[in-house]
Design a protein around this ligand. Sequence first.
Ligand SMILES: [Zn+2]
Length: 91
Amino acid sequence: MPLYEFRCNACGSFDRSFPMSTVPDSLACPRCALTAARRPGGSPGPGSSPITRAVEATQRTAHEPGVVRQPPSRADHRISRDPRHSRLPRP
Ligand SMILES: [Zn+2]
């Protein structure tokens, strides 16, 4: 059964699994019993799609930018680490 994410305004989100045909739009929160609405799209658990992860990372860095101590070194930008490739003619 797929996992669906529900969000309680007081306690945060929690996951419950339901058969796809019977998943409710809202559920009583297991902690405070208030109504918790299902998150749109029904994220399939922590290993969600690359698009979901990219959107969440973008939202996170809007408030807490990722800090780097130094720019990435030039060597990291090279596609190949084979020393013979550096002798090949460049366009
Ligand atoms: Zn709650």
